[in-house]
Design a protein. Sequence first.
Length: 92
Amino acid sequence: MVKETSRLAYYENRVSGRNAYQRLEVLEFIKFNQPCNRNQIADGLGLRLSAVCDRVNELLKSEHIEVAFKDIDPETGRKVEFLRIKDKEIIA
């Protein structure tokens, strides 16, 4: 049941263009705040962490961004990835 609901929500976001808009928002945030992690992006944009993770994974797959380094989050004690722009043309 949850999986079907998630699938329908993803399809609705994709059709409406919301995913593309969020992807652009995430890319712009990284551009001006690099290196940054997913939690910082979610907090900075006011998006759910799950939405940010989806958009970050899409940007990693398309090779627009890359993992700059991994570090321990002082608040959670978990290892987190810090992201940066990979394509120098995007920065300009």
